[in-house]
Ligand binder design. Structure first.
Ligand code: BG6
Length: 475
């Protein structure tokens, strides 16, 4: 049984509590933490939405969604206890009316003698509502010094809108109270990247331009945009994946060793990577980036429609992006970092590949050093989470020294024989515990936008549409 730190009593207020994210990720994550005994007995979960549901109606809805999303891990007694924690408050957050219902629901049934629970405002709704919700929550006396707010990505659609949201939320909550979530940072392999780099003396001396040729960070999805076409069309792969998830992975791969795992020490080092990214503008953007949009094709042998059919209209939004960048500092001078992400690709696979340089000299007769496959460290985020180190070994037997590629494979599932929790399980508990290490600080988000924005402008200025790729291919 893994070691669990029970978290303090807490009231979760999920704005957008009937939405897709709440149903697919947040409530299943909270259920699983509850099942494992991590939630305090008094913890309550309030869904806030316009759905017009009462508590019973909401509990029924969540119950059926849990059966879809937590399937094999549902236990009758745990499920009944969890459902009792749930409440629904009908509220249009875009207006001032009805906020008193939320205050009433929260005070009803609370033990007045008990210390006030930590209040977590989880904003799983459109970013334009982040400011108004924060401001109305404060005006209605709901924000305490121990409260925290969680902001889902995207935080804005460019630097100016991100700043505006950060200013509005920052007028109510201090930076210590704001948790900007990037669920990639809660993934097991991503946290393992920190351990791999900094708990093994082996890698760090090699972790630089002297030994590493290039790094590839790829997040490939086989799914299309499906029912999210409306949101996605205003976003595209660069804003949806690169500006946040891929750039955060890049930071963890490339940052200097922080002196401790302290929240600010880690985030300071990540920020320095973002600040050192080589800016790209104008014609250089067109040389160093590729944009694509999926057309119809075959996925797992079945025909699937193209993006424009799913959207039912014309669009220049990219569903695939690849770009080549560099980090301008001593450690990484001259090393290319390739960031790549796309939808409706041949497979669902996310990984970070660190490609080492060739051996400097071959001692093997007839084998040029360029023919000896360079080492590769592959950190697999999903599926089959784990780490593989590609080496060269001698093929056994007589016949002289014959070189053969071989792989040391650390599969987390096989090695640790335990269930890998979903990223949200870890991150939600970090919020209650007040640990923002795996969350994005304001300066990180804004620096990432400052790097991304000129790419978006250059694409717009070029007037070129993205290239089409058949669904189910490599993009
Ligand atoms: C989300 C994006 O942040 O991450 C989605 O908005 C994407 O478009 C998803 O599909 C991918 O997350 P995961 O955990 O499934 O790799």
């Amino acid at each position: 049984m893994p070691h669990l730190s029970p978290v303090a009593p807490c009231d979760f207020l999920v704005f957008g509590g009937t939405g897709d994210l709440a149903m697919r990720k947040l409530l299943p994550a909270l259920y699983l933490r509850d099942r494992d005994g991590q939630l305090a007995e008094q913890t309550r979960i309030f869904s806030v939405s316009r759905a017009g549901l009462d508590d019973a109606g909401y509990r029924d809805k969540v119950d059926s969604e849990l059966q879809r999303h937590v399937a094999g891990e549902l236990d009758t007694a745990d499920r009944a206890r969890f459902l009792q924690r749930l409440h629904h408050v009908t509220l249009d957050v875009a207006t001032d009316a009805d906020w008193a219902n939320l205050s009433t629901a929260m005070t009803e049934g609370a033990d007045p003698a008990a210390p006030a629970p930590i209040r977590v405002f989880y904003l799983a709704c459109a970013p334009r509502l982040f400011g108004p919700i924060s401001q109305r929550a404060a005006a209605n006396g709901l924000v305490e010094p121990t409260s925290r707010v969680v902001l889902e990505k995207p935080i804005g659609h460019d630097l100016a809108s991100a700043r505006e949201i950060n200013d509005q939320v920052g007028a109510v909550f201090t930076e210590e109270q704001i948790f900007r979530i990037d669920h990639y940072l809660g993934k097991e392999t991503v946290q393992n990247l920190l351990v791999l780099r900094f708990a093994n003396a082996l890698l760090e001396p090699l972790w630089n331009a002297g030994h590493i040729d290039h790094v590839q960070i790829s997040v490939a999805e086989s799914l299309g945009v499906g029912g999210r076409a409306d949101y996605y069309d205003g976003s595209g792969a660069l804003r949806d994946m690169v500006q946040n998830h891929l750039m955060q992975l890049l930071c963890l791969v490339a940052m200097e060793p922080p002196s401790t795992l302290d929240r600010e020490a880690v985030r300071d080092e990540k920020l320095k990577v973002l600040q050192a990214l080589r800016p790209m503008t104008g014609a250089e953007v067109l040389r160093r980036t590729v944009r694509g949009q999926y057309g119809p094709g075959l996925v797992d042998g079945a025909p699937v429609p193209g993006y424009l059919t799913e959207l039912d209209g014309p669009s220049r939004t990219e569903t695939f992006v690849a770009c080549k960048t560099e980090i301008q500092n001593w450690r990484w001078a001259g090393v290319s970092f390739y960031l790549r992400s796309g939808k409706r690709l041949a497979s669902h696979a996310s990984e970070i590949v660190v490609q080492f340089r060739h051996v400097p000299h071959s001692i093997f007769p007839g084998i040029d050093d360029e023919l000896i496959a360079p080492n590769r460290l592959v950190m697999r985020l999903q599926p089959d989470e784990g780490v593989r180190l590609h080496l060269v070994a001698k093929r056994p037997g007589p016949g002289g020294i014959r070189l053969h590629p071989a792989v040391l494979n650390l599969s987390f599932a096989e090695t640790f024989q335990s269930r890998l929790p979903d990223a949200y399980e870890r991150l939600l508990m970090d919020v209650v515990q007040g640990n923002p290490t795996l969350f994005m600080r304001r300066d990180e988000v804004e620096t990432a936008w400052a790097w991304t924005e000129p790419i978006l402008s250059a694409w717009d200025d070029s007037g070129e549409p993205p290239k089409t790729y058949p669904a189910g291919t490599a993009g």
